[in-house]
Design a protein. Structure first.
Length: 262
């Protein structure tokens, strides 16, 4: 059996699209980002959408049994992912600053950054412990433009900000151990032992005490050690390695092994 990192790496090669699933209950319109949309059969058309049970959308769709798939196009900016994917509708009104129209089923269709929408009616529900899979029939659909569809890999390569490097370049004086951060000018003299650049060698300065950030590979939620996660009872300054083993991403529910250092 391969180790879990190798398996995780291979699973990332499964291709996905990205979508905003819109829904609505008596209180508000809501939407969430998903990659888990898949057509299962074409006669009749059946589509599966998998949603984490902790997400508000899961609660709304379980109750109302309808949803819209808004197919994101490559022009969708990071703010769309932040609005629909990095916060829960339990705590926010995600449609406050969004322009949209309504399809025949009364649900929201985004006015921007999509190339089509598909209205669904839930026919079956499959329980997968942490997630629920909604198997749906298609009640309506429309192509809005011919823009290219947003894929998960396009999002990772072109939309999601790249992690910042935490290692800084520097030079260490081989004579006294003094560390100079950044480039070394030719006429540099060690302020401690007064030796010149010939006695320095390049190093990567790793700031051991530095607070790090860890990003959820599945949904992009970030755990910042400096801030902790007070909502989850985790104090500021708690190192990632000290989080409980059963710690789960508050947005998408995956475990610690699905986080990478930023
Ligand atoms: C790129 C990306 C893909 C995601 N895919 C899924 C998914 O397939 N299923 C899911 O339940 N959540 C997924 N999420 C997480 C939800 O969008 C996120 O938890 C959202 O805040 C839930 O909102 P809600 O509580 O209002 O429903 C994804 C997030 C991102 C950024």
């Amino acid at each position: 059996m391969k180790n879990s990192n190798e398996i995780k790496k291979a699973l990332f090669n499964i291709g996905y699209g990205l979508y905003v699933i819109t829904s609505r209950n008596a209180y508000k319109d809501n939407g969430l980002i998903v990659n888990s949309v898949m057509q299962i059969t074409d006669n009749p058309n059946r589509i599966a959408v998998t949603i984490n049970k902790k997400n508000y959308s899961h609660e709304i769709i379980s109750e109302t049994e309808i949803m819209n798939i808004n197919c994101l196009s490559v022009d969708a900016p990071m703010s769309v992912f932040e609005n629909f994917g990095f916060q829960s509708g339990k705590l926010s009104d995600k449609f406050r600053y969004i322009t949209f129209s309504r399809s025949k089923n009364g649900l929201a269709v985004l006015s921007d950054y999509i190339n089509s929408f598909i209205s669904l009616k839930v026919e079956q529900y499959l329980d997968f412990d942490t997630h629920g899979m909604f198997i749906c029939s298609v009640t309506d659909a429309e192509t809005i433009n011919n823009n290219k569809s947003m894929t998960y890999s396009y999002y990772l390569e072109n939309v999601k900000p790249k992690p910042k490097k935490t290692n800084k370049k520097g030079y260490i004086c081989k004579i006294c151990g003094y560390i100079h951060e950044g480039e070394l000018p030719d006429d540099f003299i060690c302020p401690l032992c007064k030796h010149g650049v010939a006695d320095f060698e390049p190093i990567n300065i790793k700031e051991e005490k530095e607070m790090k950030k860890y990003v959820c590979d599945a949904c992009g939620w970030v755990y910042d050690e400096e801030l902790g996660a007070p909502d989850l009872g985790i104090a500021p300054g708690t190192k990632f390695e000290d989080l409980p083993e059963d710690f789960a991403c508050p947005l998408c529910g995956v475990g610690k092994d699905m986080f990478s250092e930023e």
